[in-house]
Structure formats: structure tokens, C-alpha cells
Ligand binder design. Structure first.
Ligand SMILES: Nc1ncnc2c1ncn2[C@@H]1O[C@H](COP(=O)(O)OP(=O)(O)OP(=O)(O)O)[C@@H](O)[C@H]1O
Ligand SMILES: [Mg+2]
Length: 468
């Protein structure tokens, strides 16, 4: 896992330079887009530090990313989401026009964002109680191993009684010494292989699922949770190893220690102050035809639905109402068949930061193949290595691939860096196929190899449409 240079700086404290530096590790070029995104995020952090009423007056400046397909729009947003510890989701604007989604309101994007924030907060809280939860888990395992269950005092009224009973139990020093010894061994993972029997919560009965349909989702309630709460959770016995039991029980105990109301409140605050919603394919809902053509919902209708959320409104979720006034929206689209001005004016006005992503050049392709942390060529080398093949690319080989990709993009359809994926797959097809059989060996991809594998395809435009 790759982490930002300064791991201890939390998301909101990152400076624009740091954000851009991080993006640079994965995305080639697109300087302007990276800058704008970084500024928008920093502005929000700045806003959080503004005191008093003025804070509410400062509206996040939403971003519209415009650019041809496959040049890094989605990639930038995806990388941002891993970098910032802000709740993030990506939706396709077109999904709200799809037949199956008629009636599925756009507010679900906010609900999904809250869900992701709840997961984040719970993970964080889980980490915080991890040690305590594991200690509890070990006690439960001890109980199971020693068949000696000290009563856990829960109510003050019981205390006297419990104390008396405890005294009896504790009477045998031997037991407590044994427990102590076992406790240490379990903690040190020395008992991991031993088998024990523990009680685990049974999963929810399946019948509840019948009720979960879109209608209920829209109400923002979760029937499963509601009914689940009403039905006592069933326990069942399960044989397992100490190592596994420690894992299961620690998770269960941690769950009990997390206050869900707290977590929900925290998640909502997080969404309201730092949530990011990425709306992809916004260009596909641009255009102002009055009624939907065919079975699709009117595109303008979808824009009108989205508008209040972007402008700021309150959306009910099962965790409580969420204000969207300060959620940051990043919209993106190729706008090849429409223009940003085809969006309804109100929506245009809500995306004041415009940034155009550039077409990728042959040189960009070359860098994309080699430089990013997750560069395609690095991926293939690692893949082949697992089959014992030592794959190398010569400089002129890489040049040739970049060149060919650029050419095919021009001749057929420009799909940006995506072309590199299909290209490489083709160039390496034989090697991929044969790698397990050649066992050990060196494989060099040079200019000739690339030319050889691609020559028949590239020269035939029709063929390259299908294969590359
Ligand atoms: N500038 C870039 N640097 C590195 N890799 C890139 C770049 N642009 C695109 N890629 C690669 O190409 C793939 C497609 O890019 P991405 O999903 O960002 O396209 P997009 O701009 O969102 O296109 P679309 O408009 O079709 O959604 C990504 O998986 C990424 O690996
Ligand atoms: Mg995209």
C-alpha cells in the first residue's frame, strides 16, 4: 500500500502542494486539473477554520472537469478519495435516467455518502477500541477453556450477591493462576492452533431481505436493522481455533463497544463538512429536450432533481438529516456531443470552477506506461515474475508502444490512455499464454517485438477497431 509522503498529516491539513505531489505519483500531466482540485479542497479546510457566521456563508466552489475520454478525470477523483480522509462517493449521472432507476431519487447519492462516512467512522472507532476488545475476547476464550465463568456484574443491585459468589470462585487460587498463565499464552499467540468451542451470533434470518426493496430505501430507513433489533440475536456454538476465535470475538466485542449513535452523529458531521460527491458523465444529462426520448427519464428532469442537492438542502437518511450545503461536488464529462452551456443555467452556476483536461500526447503515453507507482508496465513485469519470467522492456520498445497507441487513437477513436491497456495486452498476448510453460527465462520487449505483434493490425483500420 502506498501512502502519502507525510502519513501523519491528516487529509484536511494537506496543502495544495502536497495534494498535487501525491496526485503526480499516479497521474501524468493534467497540471491545471490537479491544481484546481487541490485549491478547492484547501479552501474547504480554510473555511473550517473561519469562525462564526461567516463560515456558513462561504460556499464550496464546485468543480466541473471537462475533457476527452480516458485522460484521467475519474482517476484524479479516485486518487483524491484515497488521499483525503473525507467521505467520498462516485455516481454516474446517467444512472438516474436509466429505466430501472425510474423513481430512484437522486437523494440516494447523499445516503450512499453517509453510509461510506459511517463505515469510515466505525473503522476509526474500531481501531481505537481494538486493544480493549481483544482483552475482552481473551477473557471469553479463557472462560470457554476453563469452563469457569465469573459472573460479570452489570447492575449495582447485584453487586453484593456477585461479590459473594466471586469470593467463592476466587477461593481457588489455582484457577486464577491457571487463568493468568493461559491468558499470557493466548496473548502471545502461543495457543493459536488449539481448538475451542465458542458462542457466536447467528447471522440475520434471510426472510428479512424480502422486504428490502427500493421503496423502503427511499424512506431512508433500514428494515433489516429495525427488525433485526426486535428479534433477539440467536447464538450458536462453533468449533474453531483460538486464533480464529480471537478474531471473531474481538470483532464482536469491538462492535459492542462502539456507540452507534455517536458514530452516526460523527459521520453526519463529517459528510456535512468534508464530504465529496463525484458526479461522472454529467455531459450525458446535458441537453434540454423537454420530454424523455424513449424509455429514458428526461435528462433535464435529472438535472432539476440534482440541483437542490448541489444548491444545499436537507436530505433524510436513516442516520438523521444531512445538510448538503457544504458538500463538495466534482462533476466530470467529456462534453463531446454537448457543452457545459447545455446544462440548465442554475446548475452551470453551481460549478464555477471549470477545468479542461488535455489530450494526452505520445510522450504522455510513454510516461504513463512507465512512471506512475502503478504503471502498466510495472504491473505486467510483476505478473510475469510470478510465473518465473523475467520481463523487460527496452526504451525503443516502449517508444513503439506509445507511438502505436497514439496512431490508433488518431485512426479510429480517441480513447486516451485506455488504448494502452488493449495495446499492451495484445503485445504481450503470446508471452502471457506461454509464460507458465517456459518456466524460467528472460523476455525482452523491444521495438521489433512490438512492430511484429502489431503490424498486421495497425495497418488495417477495421481490424484495429476490433482488436485494439
Ligand atoms: N493522465 C493520466 N496519467 C496516468 N494514467 C492515466 C491518465 N489518464 C488516464 N489514465 C489511465 O487510463 C484509465 C482511464 O482513465 P479515466 O478513468 O480517468 O478516464 P476519464 O477521463 O474519466 O474518461 P471518461 O470520460 O471516459 O470517464 C485509467 O485507468 C488510468 O489508468
Ligand atoms: Mg471517467
Amino acid at each position: 500500500m502506498l501512502v502519502p509522503a507525510s502519513r501523519d498529516i491528516s487529509g484536511p491539513d494537506l496543502t495544495p502542494t502536497q495534494i498535487v505531489d501525491y496526485l503526480d505519483r499516479y497521474i501524468i500531466g493534467q497540471k491545471q486539473a490537479k491544481r484546481v482540485v487541490a485549491i478547492a479542497l484547501r479552501n474547504r479546510a480554510r473555511r473550517a477554520r473561519v469562525e462564526g457566521e461567516l463560515q456558513d456563508e462561504i460556499i464550496p466552489k464546485n468543480i466541473l472537469m471537462i475533457g476527452p475520454t480516458g485522460v484521467g478525470k475519474t482517476e484524479i477523483a479516485r486518487r483524491l478519495s484515497t488521499l483525503m480522509s473525507a467521505p467520498f462517493i462516485k455516481v454516474e449521472a446517467t444512472k438516474y435516467t436509466e429505466v430501472g432507476y425510474v423513481g430512484r431519487d437522486v437523494e440516494s447519492m447523499v445516503r450512499d455518502l453517509v453510509e461510506s462516512a459511517v463505515r469510515m467512522v466505525k473503522n476509526r472507532k474500531r481501531e481505537a477500541v481494538e486493544a480493549a476488545a481483544e482483552a475482552m475476547a481473551i477473557e471469553i476464550i479463557l472462560d470457554a477453556m476453563t469452563h469457569h465463568r465469573p459472573r460479570r456484574r452489570q447492575f449495582p443491585a447485584q453487586e453484593e450477591f456477585a461479590a459473594a459468589e466471586q469470593a467463592l470462585d476466587d477461593d481457588s487460587d489455582q484457577i486464577s493462576r491457571l487463568r493468568e498463565r493461559l491468558r499470557r499464552k493466548i496473548s502471545a499467540a502461543e495457543m493459536d492452533g488449539n481448538e475451542i468451542e465458542i458462542e457466536v451470533a447467528d447471522s440475520q434470518p434471510k426472510m428479512v431481505e424480502i422486504f428490502s426493496n427500493a421503496g423502503i430505501e427511499e424512506m431512508g430507513v433500514n428494515l433489516q436493522d429495525m427488525l433485526g433489533g426486535l428479534m433477539p440475536s440467536k447464538k450458536r456454538k462453533r468449533k474453531t481455533t483460538v486464533a480464529e476465535a480471537k478474531k471473531i470475538l474481538t470483532a464482536a466485542e469491538a462492535e459492542k463497544m462502539i456507540d452507534m449513535d455517536d458514530a452516526a452523529a460523527e459521520a453526519i458531521k463529517l459528510v456535512e463538512q468534508s464530504g465529496i460527491i463525484f458526479i461522472d458523465e454529467i455531459d450525458k444529462i446535458a441537453g434540454r429536450e423537454k420530454s424523455g426520448s424513449g424509455p429514458d427519464v428526461s435528462r433535464e428532469g435529472v438535472q432539476r432533481d440534482i440541483l437542490p442537492i448541489v444548491e444545499g438542502s436537507t436530505v433524510n437518511t436513516k442516520y438523521g438529516p444531512v445538510k448538503t450545503n457544504h458538500v463538495l461536488f466534482i462533476a466530470a464529462g467529456a462534453f463531446s456531443h454537448s457543452k457545459p452551456s447545455d446544462l440548465i443555467p442554475e446548475l452551470q452556476g453551481r460549478f464555477p470552477l471549470r477545468v479542461e483536461l488535455e489530450n494526452l500526447s505520445r510522450d504522455d503515453f510513454k510516461r504513463i506506461l512507465t512512471e506512475p507507482k502503478n504503471a502498466l508496465i510495472k504491473q505486467y513485469i510483476a505478473l510475469m515474475e510470478s510465473d518465473g519470467v523475467n520481463l523487460t522492456f527496452t526504451e525503443d520498445g516502449i517508444d513503439e508502444i506509445a507511438d502505436a497507441a497514439s496512431r490508433v487513437n488518431k485512426q479510429t477513436e480517441n480513447i486516451g490512455a485506455r488504448r494502452l491497456h488493449t495495446m499492451l495486452e495484445k503485445v504481450l498476448e503470446d508471452i502471457s499464454f506461454n509464460a507458465p510453460d517456459v518456466a524460467q527465462g528472460d523476455m525482452k520487449i523491444d521495438k521489433n517485438h512490438v512492430r511484429e505483434t502489431l503490424k498486421d493490425i495497425i495497418d488495417d483500420v477495421d481490424l484495429s477497431r476490433y482488436i485494439l
